[in-house]
Design a protein around this ligand. Structure first.
Ligand code: IMP
Length: 183
């Protein structure tokens, strides 16, 4: 889906598909250096990270494995509740593994700081985070993020996996959702 397909619902285009792909390639080159000779386990956080995972995994010139977790902290609104529930756990054993969490966005950071603690307690050799987007609020919580694509303004954004009430995930780029849509 293109921006023009939902134009009335968006107030500002933030990132085009091309800008996203260029950034993912830059992040992939750094990950290849940092994990040279290793087999990384990419852990995607459903459902928002599906697009980042698909593009990052294919861009990486490294042997990888993929696993998925589903957590919930938002419900249908636009504010993080701070209460994280595991909806689907990993299938893999993390003992001794080099784990890289692949995220779409860090907003309050509550979800990721919880997830980081949870995965680190499972005996992984290392657990790091790669996120495409980060909002300024994330700086307020202690989350050690190794790879960040873009720092973006504090607005509710949709597209490239990010939804509002399950819509707009298939938008190719990322845009700010117009306030009238969630008002
Ligand atoms: P946090 O716990 O506040 O960091 O929230 C993280 C999760 O909230 C992300 O994985 C997204 O699923 C969702 N989220 C946060 N900000 C946005 C946004 O602007 N648009 C869509 N989803 C968002």
């Amino acid at each position: 889906m293109q921006f023009s397909d939902v134009e009335g619902d968006l107030s500002e285009v933030l990132l085009t598909q091309e800008e996203i792909h260029e950034k993912i390639a830059v992040m992939a080159r750094q990950i290849e250096i940092d994990y040279a000779g290793e087999k990384v386990l990419l852990v995607g956080v459903l459902r928002g990270a599906v697009m980042v995972m698909a593009d990052l995994a294919r861009e990486l010139a490294l042997p990888i494995e993929m696993d998925w977790m589903a957590v919930s902290s938002y419900g249908a609104g636009t504010q993080s509740s701070g209460v994280v529930r595991i909806l689907k756990d990993l299938d893999s054993d993390l003992e001794g593994r080099k784990v890289l969490i692949v995220e779409d966005i860090i907003d309050s950071g509550l979800t990721l700081s919880w997830l980081l603690g949870n995965l680190r307690s499972r005996g992984a050799a290392s657990v790091e985070i790669c996120t495409l987007l980060r909002k300024p609020d994330a700086a307020k919580v202690e989350v050690d993020v190794k790879y960040v694509g873009f720092d973006i303004p504090n607005a509710f954004v949709v597209g490239y996996g990010l939804d509002f009430a399950e819509k707009y995930r298939n938008l190719r780029g990322i845009a700010v959702l117009a306030p009238h849509v969630y008002a």
